[in-house]
Write a protein that binds this ligand. Sequence first.
Ligand code: ATP
Ligand code: MG
Ligand code: MG
Ligand code: MG
Length: 471
Amino acid sequence: KNYSLNELREMYLKFFESKMHLRAKSFPLVPHNDNSLLLINAGMAPLKPYFTGQEEPPRRRMTTCQKCIRTGDIENVGKTARHGTFFEMLGNFSFGDYFKEEAIEWAWEFVTKHLEIPVERLFATVYQDDEEAAEIWRNKIGLPNEKVIYMGKEDNFWEAGIDGPCGPCSEIYFDRGPEFGCDSPDCGVGCDCDRYMEFWNLVFTQFERHEDGTYTPLAQKNIDTGMGLERLAAMMQGVSSIFDVDTIKAIRDHVCQLAGVTYGENYKNDVSIRVITDHIRSVTFMAADGVLPSNEGRGYVMRRLLRRAVRHAKLLGIEGLFLKDLVKTVVDNSKHEYTELEDKYEYITKLLTVEEKNFNETIDRGLNILKAHIDEMKAEGKTVLDGKACFTLSDTYGFPIDLTHEILEEQGLKADEEGFKVEMDAQRQKARDARGGSKYMGADETIFNQMDSTMKTTFVGYDKLETTGTL
Ligand code: ATP
Ligand code: MG
Ligand code: MG
Ligand code: MG
């Protein structure tokens, strides 16, 4: 049956309610009392105190559908079929209650009995040292040996951030069929291509990681599972990527309509369409949860995502202010579950539009400066714009470097890429030194590694916004 994304969310939560789980609403994207994480990146993140035993949970079994942001996946977005910076994670949790056996059995029951996904297309992975989980898959579930695949720490040991509950995990994969495979003779579960898609992670939270990198066993054994709702919907709807799932396709179609382009005709355009579709979801949900664009922390993440969306919109030829139109589609598709979207609708559109306007002004200013450089180069017979000038454009004026490249190219000119890189590296080193003992790691660290200086410009326009908090 072709379930909608919203129906699947409901089916999952109901199923675990029938297994005596307490259903809770998604927690906000901004972590509460937790500075080890910039943004909530998994269903378990807001529940950490229940796992460690620090706080008493309202019930030993809970189930949620949690809003998540993973900035570490930004480079994947638009390129893979399964990554968004924003996604929803379905989860069932046990705080010192049931453990591996029930977690695996119930996951299997939901997937094969309720959703009726054919067993032939399913595979399980386990952590290399976790014989206990492998035995359950083989003996209790009856999976043949070759469908229980051992994997290393990278894939099958879960930890979020520098400290907190963690443990080995077992993941369920779906074979989407040979048409999604790659040419590698080793193509199989764990291959980077889109054929075997990981969709559900069952984490056996039995350890606590400490800031110094050591682990101790937790007094209570826990279960933390995470299933990507968009990935599940893509499987159930028989579509090739999360961008073809009903609620997300609605946004994608709207982007195409604004740009006057057709999806699926041109790879480069498609990447831009997917990037905009994803990023608009992220910034809309972030705005609803009170994040403000700024030059650091989560505000910086938001600013970067928004600008990237605007940048790709320009590549597609979308003119004028367009974010507010898309916000409406995002809200319409998710407001039933996330009522904050509708409650704060006015605020969200205003906030994002202010940021969008500011960025547009930045681009206009940069264009003027670049034009002056070009005139000068032509007068002097030069063909390469020096790295310093490129860097100043990007660092001081916030003008994206790829735009500099593009415009120079149109004029038969080039940018000094080496020189730009030298300036950029020096800048990154400075940023690293300034960050010193930052606690951020894992998924969020990459945002710093990938920090393009474009996003670090100071916008006088925001000072007002940030200090007075009014729009
Ligand atoms: P992948 O290996 O595909 O990047 P992951 O191992 O990083 O996924 P987990 O941390 O195990 O993902 O998260 C649990 C589940 O959340 C995944 O099995 C997947 O269904 C979903 N998920 C993770 N990252 C994303 C994302 N960027 N976009 C959409 N869904 C995601
Ligand atoms: Mg990942
Ligand atoms: Mg994985
Ligand atoms: Mg995983």
